[in-house]
Write a protein that binds this ligand. Structure first.
Ligand code: STX
Length: 314
């Protein structure tokens, strides 16, 4: 089993103005002369955590991490205007150009895998490798599974708490009911909904739930950006042209060296999605971790991801 690399601090941090409205926080860590990799965090709205740097050998990799629009230390906080998949794809190009990088490896799990596919299909020549985990294609069936009827069968206890802020009369469309509350003018309404939404995801992300992880998801500041931004992207179907767009365009990235890592017991992003991606893209290495849920810190997932960051570092 591979362990995480030691905790490191970034060697550079800067704020990049990407529109009249948005400024995003970018950091670089590891070896300034190393092989570039961009880390795409989840949610959308999850922000960067220090542990994300520890998936890469700091002597080999130049690690670029950024808080996507509206979350982490990017500003304005929890802002939904000018916040779409294609804005984030354009932001990644601005970061890459600003840093003078011709090609970088792209690493993303969960929503990070969605954005990694959207980015690489738009800019395939900029991608040296793809490392994808907990595949999420933001299709209606995936959203229904997690936010309406599906995961509820496995976590009925956590589901009760997710339902609590929503009156029975509105429960036939929970995404819409949550969207109304998360975009309410009333701060208490927003916060109650944000915490319940976020805790639901935190409660279901690991094979063995940890109280520390749950605490983070319930923290008001984290929850408000995470829930608002996720719900905004999901009610807008990820701003995709079609449900099948990311799979239909696999030909654009088929030639790129890639790996898909998936936990067998991932309840947030169930394995059928990773399987469909694997069927459409058999050229990418594919690994199912038999004893893991969704989180990238699940031991088997962590270890397999590090196998690949080591391998791809040459
Ligand atoms: N959202 C899945 C996702 O991208 C449906 C995700 N789940 N948890 C996270 O991201 C964080 C670890 C970033 C909180």
């Amino acid at each position: 089993m591979n362990q995480l690399y030691p905790a490191i601090e970034p060697y550079e941090e800067f704020f990049l103005s990407v529109s009249d409205l948005h400024t995003i926080r970018v950091e670089q860590a590891g070896n300034p002369r190393g092989q570039p990799v961009v880390f795409i965090h989840g949610g959308p709205g999850g922000g960067i955590e220090p542990v994300y740097r520890q998936f890469f050998n700091p002597e080999k990799w130049r690690i670029i991490l950024f808080d996507q629009r509206g979350c982490g230390k990017s500003t304005p906080f929890a802002e939904l205007r000018e916040n779409t998949t294609w804005d984030l794809v354009a932001d990644m190009e601005k970061i890459r150009e600003k840093l003078g990088i011709a090609k970088w490896a792209v690493f993303g799990g969960s929503w990070g895998s969605t954005l990694a596919l959207a980015y690489s299909e738009a800019h395939p020549r900029r991608c040296s490798h793809l490392i994808l985990r907990g595949i999420f294609l933001l299709r209606k069936s995936e959203l229904d599974w997690f936010y309406q009827d599906g995961a509820s069968h496995i976590f009925p206890d956590a589901w009760e708490k997710y339902l609590a802020p929503i009156p029975e009369a509105e429960r036939d469309n929970l995404l819409a009911a949550y969207h109304r509350r998360l975009t309410s003018d009333d701060a208490d309404t927003r916060l109650e909904a944000a915490r319940a939404w976020s805790i639901w995801e935190g409660s279901t992300s690991k094979l063995y739930q940890s109280p520390e992880a749950l605490e983070r998801f319930g923290a008001s500041q984290f929850a408000e950006a995470f829930a608002r931004i996720e719900c905004h992207y999901f009610i807008n179907k990820g701003f995709m042209d079609s449900e099948t767009q990311l799979i239909d365009n696999i030909d654009r990235i088929r030639h790129i060296q890639a790996v898909i890592v998936q936990g067998r017991y991932d309840v947030v992003c169930p394995m059928n999605t990773a399987w469909e991606l694997h069927r459409a893209w058999p050229e990418a290495d594919f690994h199912v971790i038999p004893d893991a849920g969704h989180s990238m810190t699940e031991p088997g997932i962590r270890s397999k991801l590090i196998d690949y960051t080591d391998q791809f570092s040459g």
